[in-house]
Design a protein around this ligand. Sequence first.
Ligand SMILES: O=C(O)CCC(=O)C(=O)O
Ligand SMILES: [Fe+2]
Length: 289
Amino acid sequence: MSTRTAAQLTLNPLGPHFGAQVEGLDLADAHDDDLVAVRAALTEKKVLFFRGQHLDDDGQVALGRRLGELTASHPVVGGVDEAHPEIYALDSADNGFADVWHTDVTFMPRPPLGSILRAVILPPTGGDTSWADSQLAYDSLSSPVRELADQLTAVHDGNREFGYYLAQRRGGKGSVWDGDVVTRLDPVEHPVVRVHPETGRKGIFVNPGFTSHIVGVSEAESRGILDLLYAHLTKPEHIIRHRWSLGDIAMWDNRSTAHYANRDYGTAHRVMHRITLRGDLPVGPTTSH
Ligand SMILES: O=C(O)CCC(=O)C(=O)O
Ligand SMILES: [Fe+2]
């Protein structure tokens, strides 16, 4: 059953807990009120889909600017072209894959608040993207494990995925991120459980893409704890999966989700364009200010 919010957005839920398709909204021609409602729905539903859209690169950037402050395309990967330094292209012909569960850019002190992804070229079959609800996953852990996770801090390290790119393709000079040119990917620490800055809900905030280890425990303990959290985060009950069509836009709250793009389309070509909204410093249950 679809529901109408105050600002007249029609949301079709994609599962019992999270994910919704927004019906009847042309993102290229949305009113300010509609976008306020989209922003609220994003926090509540965590992943939103808009079908049959007509956005090009300029339109995607313009939409992003109306929803928040855009970051550079990526801390170390350049924009899709000179005119669009905000657009991160994932192109299968240029090794652009995301077939590891991750939350975007958690290897920086301030990971993006959210991401907006547009299908540009799609394979005939395959290439679905899945999202996991990290708050639902946290809530369904047993309470002793929640209490353990609440106290932990993890290191996130972008060198594993992007160190080579910064050195080889950017000559050691990355993008401007939070006001500084990125020249090194120093590992950063984040709480293992993130308290959502808008709702106060807690979610698992480690991911196999970028988290290297847990602070203050043995290597074996770190591996065991992370494996437990990853297996739990990615249980089918915590996931929605999207089969892409051209014209689709996906938007996700990067503070409460992780995602994965299937690499199951052989040598077919797949290109996606992403922009990201600037986020804040992750806060944990025990973070003191
Ligand atoms: O290619 C996709 O579907 C998702 C890629 C990805 O991880 C991203 O855009 O952040
Ligand atoms: Fe991603």
